[in-house]
Ligand binder design. Structure first.
Ligand SMILES: [Zn+2]
Ligand SMILES: [Zn+2]
Length: 263
């Protein structure tokens, strides 16, 4: 009963599956993955991610504009709330700030992030946050525009324990990707041991960032199992216990997912 809390199903390398997404989903299901959150990144891919979720009862969707995509068009609060009303859409994002890859658009990113936070607070939808080299601004915007009643998740977490603590204090969850398995990620492993059990999620961020031993190859949702096994070992848990806890956390963070809960 594993949950891949963050995957880009519209971008997977489907060559091993004759171009069929169904093949990648089936491979993941065969390895115990029973829930997928397919992430929107732009106005342009919103249709694709919601269509995938509608076609598969174990796939949910989010809608939003990624900080590296803000130049291609941002969404208004009204649009986000409106799109968030679809039954398959359980959160807003990914949004956030990326000063590593896109510092030149930092102002537009901040505006867009604030709009997502406002829409989430109004609609009661949690926010999926991407943050790179923008710790202080990320936390400041969450404090200014977010709501503790529908907080969110810092996805693909790579920051310090101090950042994790500040986000936890704001009601946020921490999601770990395959990066935690990388050789140089000792500080992140320390975070992975410390995050409270009821605030932890796991994800692939596929097709990016495949975990060891697939590092450098195209990532896919089935490898959330490698991430979960690794984190379970760090925390002294069985894979089953970690899978159950992170899936329970997923449903608590994204309450709308409970209305469409697969077996
Ligand atoms: Zn991201
Ligand atoms: Zn992503």
């Amino acid at each position: 009963m594993l949950t891949d809390s963050h995957c880009h199903l519209d971008r997977l390398d489907l060559a091993p599956y004759n171009g069929e997404l169904e093949g990648a989903l089936a491979a993941a299901r065969a390895r115990g993955v029973s829930r997928f959150l397919c992430i929107g990144v732009s106005l342009e891919n919103r249709e694709a991610v919601t269509r995938i979720a509608r076609a598969h009862p174990d796939v949910y969707a989010s809608v939003g504009v990624h900080p590296c995509d803000v130049e291609s068009g941002t969404a208004t609060v009204e649009q986000l709330i409106n799109w968030g009303e679809a039954p398959e859409v359980i959160g807003l994002g990914e949004t956030g700030l990326d000063y590593h890859y896109a510092e030149q658009t930092s102002e537009l990113q901040q505006e867009s992030f604030a709009l997502h936070l406002e829409a989430g607070a109004k609609a009661g939808l949690p926010i999926i946050v991407h943050t790179r080299e923008a710790r202080d601004d990320t936390l400041a915007l969450i404090r200014a525009h977010g709501s503790p009643d529908s907080a969110g998740v810092l996805h693909c977490f790579t920051e310090s324990w101090e950042m994790a603590q500040a986000a936890l204090d704001l009601g946020y969850y921490i999601s770990l990707s395959g990066i935690v398995t990388f050789r140089n990620a000792e500080a992140l492993r320390d975070v992975a041991r410390k995050v409270p059990a009821d605030r932890l999620l796991v994800e692939t961020d596929s097709p990016y960032l495949a975990p060891v031993p697939y590092r450098g190859k195209p990532n896919e949702p089935q490898y959330v199992r490698e991430v979960a096994e690794f984190v379970a070992e760090l925390r002294g848990l069985s894979l089953e216990a970690l899978a159950e806890q992170t899936t329970e956390n997923f449903h608590r963070l994204f309450p709308k997912s409970l209305a469409r809960r697969p077996q």
